[in-house]
Design a protein around this ligand. Structure first.
Ligand SMILES: Nc1ncnc2c1ncn2[C@@H]1O[C@H](COP(=O)(O)OP(=O)(O)OP(=O)(O)O)[C@@H](O)[C@H]1O
Ligand SMILES: Nc1ncnc2c1ncn2[C@@H]1O[C@H](COP(=O)(O)OP(=O)(O)OP(=O)(O)O)[C@@H](O)[C@H]1O
Ligand SMILES: [Mg+2]
Ligand SMILES: [Mg+2]
Lengths: 225, 225
């Protein structure tokens, strides 16, 4: 389903080159549940952005659903990002002037759903993360963990078959975090593919495989169940 | 050192009232090391903002250093926030157009230090959180955990005697998180007072006391060493 070959991502800072990824090759099967772990700054979010088609590599190839990502046109990329991939950002990336409901409706607006249907799907998604009573709060009127859950609801509202979650429980207490993990487990049982960056052992333990990243490279690929 | 009496914080959303804090009374001694835990949305950050003099309660009283916070004038409050209290925000709150170094220098600018001394102190703080090689990166050019560490460095650069940290390791891998905990342990051994909101057991275990918050109230006050 997802295949990367020798992916490099290099940033230029003045005369300095920063190699965030240094040749990452991996394969993820349909319906796999994979955790990604590694030190701060080791390249996990950079890798997730490439896999989610939010960024392009400096070198190397990336296939998704059998197609080379670099050869997809804008419409195909837009469809992928909107309908097939759900992305939970490490720093949430919510629109500050929209409410929780408005933020979760956004992928449905891009999909062209009519207002009544959008509202209902967005409300269902917010109920799934236990934020039914916070729908009309804007991000500044929400706690850190509530904003994180709005980001999760937004990623799932279009029922994507690939869920990419970057530290989805970093701001959640253990009980709420466990509920999110139950939700992710259920999504995986229903056939979806999950890739979760995490630094928490309990979260990684839900996955079937842990890919360890260090210094922009795969250090170890560990099957845990 | 810090004493709150029946603190309430109420937000008005249209006709609805949200009681983020419902009568919190607690005392924190000088040189104590206290962890605060509780479910998402239970009022932890709200409490931290009141203790850090970044916000005022709807009801109740708050004494810091024996003085009633509501009776301090603007200069006294500014001095407190700049020199006595170091605040690590749950969502970092970095200036997007300044570099890591510029962000860490900011409290020193407000203090009025000359440029050369500011630069040196800020560089030392960034070295303490292992970001010596990321000083000229802006927040958008940093990983999530690197931004979190810049926020920690900024909170500590004026050597405050009270450190308020809201989820300081939420975006850090276990090894980097442990290094930050070593840093906090050292600050406490040197006589400083630490109040750390966390959902991680290992982080709470470094403290001497855990205050459990639920629904805007203190549920339990647990001495652990
Ligand atoms: N400006 C606001 N207007 C309305 N409600 C607010 C506002 N700010 C916070 N709240 C609500 O107050 C409650 C407490 O928020 P707070 O940020 O203190 O929670 P928290 O314990 O820090 O949560 P987390 O663990 O998720 O960070 C939340 O339910 C939140 O929705
Ligand atoms: N735009 C950029 N310009 C320069 N360097 C960058 C840029 N974006 C990221 N980096 C650097 O690339 C490296 C990898 O970043 P990335 O965000 O992938 O790390 P990460 O593994 O997700 O870290 P964390 O666990 O802290 O979130 C970091 O050291 C970061 O400083
Ligand atoms: Mg990251
Ligand atoms: Mg909070």
């Amino acid at each position: 389903l997802i295949q990367t070959e020798d992916l490099w991502k290099t940033y230029l800072m003045g005369s300095e080159e920063i190699h965030a990824l240094r040749g990452v090759s991996l394969e993820i099967e349909r319906n796999e549940y994979v955790a990604i772990m590694g030190p701060s700054g080791s390249g996990k979010s950079t890798l997730m952005n490439l896999i989610g088609c939010l960024d392009t590599p400096t070198r190397g190839s990336y296939w998704i659903n059998g197609k080379l990502a670099s050869e997809l046109d804008d419409d195909q990329l837009a469809y992928l990002r909107n309908r097939e991939i759900g992305f939970v950002f490490q720093t949430f990336n919510l629109l500050p002037r929209a409410t929780a409901l408005g933020n979760v409706e956004l992928p449905l607006v891009y999909r062209g759903l009519p207002a009544a249907e959008r509202r209902e799907k967005a409300q269902d998604a917010l109920r799934m993360v236990e934020l039914a009573d916070r729908m009309d709060h804007r991000p500044s009127e929400l706690s850190g963990g509530e904003r994180q859950r709005v980001a999760i609801a937004r990623a799932l509202v279009n029922s994507p078959s690939i869920v990419l979650a970057d530290e989805p429980t970093g701001n959640l207490d253990s009980a709420t975090g466990a509920e999110i993990m139950n939700l992710f487990n259920r999504l995986n049982r229903e056939g979806n593919t999950l890739l979760v960056v995490t630094h928490e052992r309990d979260v990684a333990a839900c996955a079937r495989r842990i890919i360890h990243i260090r210094d922009g490279m795969v250090e170890r690929d560990e099957r845990i169940r």
